[in-house]
Design a protein around this ligand. Sequence first.
Ligand SMILES: C[S@@+](CC[C@H](N)C(=O)[O-])C[C@H]1O[C@@H](n2cnc3c(N)ncnc32)[C@H](O)[C@@H]1O
Ligand code: SF4
Length: 344
Amino acid sequence: MRKIVKAEILITRRCNLNCFYCGIKRKRPERDAAFWREAFRRIKALGATFVPIYGAEPLVYPQLVEVVAAAVEVGLDHTVISNSTLLSEDLAKRLVDAGLESWTVSLDFPEVRLHPPSTRKRARAALRALDIFGTLGLRDLEVVMTLGRSNLCYAPDMVLRNSFKGIWTSFDVLHHDRGMPWSKCASREVLKDELFTEQDADKLAFVGEVLASMVPKALIHQPSRYFDMFKEGYPYRLHWHCLRSFEKFGSPGWITVDCDGSLIVCDDLDIPTGFSILDLPERWDEYMEVWQRIVRSCPGCFWSTHWMSGEMLGRSMMDELLAHRTTWGDVRSRLGKEVALSDV
Ligand SMILES: C[S@@+](CC[C@H](N)C(=O)[O-])C[C@H]1O[C@@H](n2cnc3c(N)ncnc32)[C@H](O)[C@@H]1O
Ligand code: SF4
């Protein structure tokens, strides 16, 4: 039985930027491409079909081309999520030649000038990277938009502009550290002007409804049910919990592998579990016991990709969809367009 649908790979914890909301950087050892080839085999053996490769910033990792080639060799769909500031045309071409199938950039407003100073350079680089990979004919180009109070009203505009260019959009909402140790998110104090609160309930419900109505036609990764959850207060209560998927299926639907090969409970809660990816699949049950014990103390989150992994795990139609060896983008588009997902 499939244990997971994806494994998140934090290929490095180094980054050349300092976005105001992010605290994911750490000093931590890294592994070489040969290690990742073996890790990908184990991830595949767990039933996963998709690896998002990110970190902090994957372009500071010296063997990214080789790691992409390893994912292709093992037969895992993948995307690289990058700030793209270090992307040259030559490197982009080498990545495509290695079999890269998808590139994801972070963009919080549809225009560079609207970004705050700490994310403006990343926005400029993101637009340039989309152009470079678009010219090289890369099939799956994606934008991830981190929603906060000041950019919420631009979300439909972002989807329209990207869809017209054949670029996918996916969303996450801004998270703060929620008082947990080792969170990847900046503190509530730093983010206080941007975090959603109950005061934003009407606006969230409205934008959620607009986005849900765009799902059937636009290139949006999330299914409409995700946006329906906006009117239920999920973006400010952050009360979705991966234990719900665990209780149903014996797995949250994904694992997170840190740059040193260790397993962490998720990329937000960077709490060591004492396990390595090389312990799986053999020690899966033991790992799930430890994972469960740690996440019980988490008050919840609303990470869209984790929510979707939980949703997908229990659905047999995923086997049919994935058997077609489509890209992750195709799978998500079909989930969004043809499948009415029920409550978790
Ligand atoms: C940690 S970055 C790593 C990849 C790459 N360096 C980049 O910026 O695209 C991955 C995503 O996490 C998002 N992120 C960082 N801090 C966040 C926070 N506090 N809440 C929600 N998303 C956050 C970023 O906007 C980015 O889209
Ligand atoms: S969001 Fe990405 S680019 Fe910004 S500091 Fe974090 S890892 Fe670096």
